[in-house]
Design a protein around this ligand. Sequence first.
Ligand SMILES: Cc1cc2nc3c(=O)[nH]c(=O)nc-3n(C[C@H](O)[C@H](O)[C@H](O)COP(=O)(O)O)c2cc1C
Length: 180
Amino acid sequence: MSRPKIIALVGGIGRDSINQKLFGFFREESKELLDFDQFGISALPYFSQDLENDPPPEAAGFKKRVRESDGALFVTPEYNRSFPGVLKNAIDWASRPYGQNLWSGKPAYIIGTTPGAIGTFGAQSQLRGVLAFLDLKIMNQPECCFTFPKELTAGRLPEPSREFLKMCAAKFAQWVSDNR
Ligand SMILES: Cc1cc2nc3c(=O)[nH]c(=O)nc-3n(C[C@H](O)[C@H](O)[C@H](O)COP(=O)(O)O)c2cc1C
């Protein structure tokens, strides 16, 4: 059977984003189960209601990829105890125009990392509220609030972290297959 296609949005858009690295590890640990389609959200223009009925090509292309996905993965940094505006902008694009929310019913999972101890808990709890409003089917457990390992220098995750991500990825694959 073909793997479900999962649109992946990574809220860290910097060159050395640790959330992009986390996504790379997550993708690696689930490569036999899930087919990720990462959309580079920094390419999207700012959402405006002036544009929602005839979106520019980047936004139209993004909406098509959301529409064709079987689920969604949100990888979020924490900015001031919330998730970054660039991620909200992408979410808003696919939620509009009114009555045409493309997120509705999609199985979803949130992961994220910071160097700090709370591991994006603040960002994730705010993002969860937005995704619940948009009617995504969010997998709430296991929480993947990940303190980015300081020892990560050679691009390899320490074994306990790798095992944890592998377990989260396998549960999400099951969640997608149960809820798509
Ligand atoms: C505007 C801003 C606000 C931040 N606020 C938080 C925060 O509330 N909690 C936290 O743990 N880290 C915070 N950080 C630090 C980020 O966790 C850190 O920069 C991380 O590398 C961002 O993820 P990224 O590398 O994937 O972009 C903040 C960073 C920035 C730039």
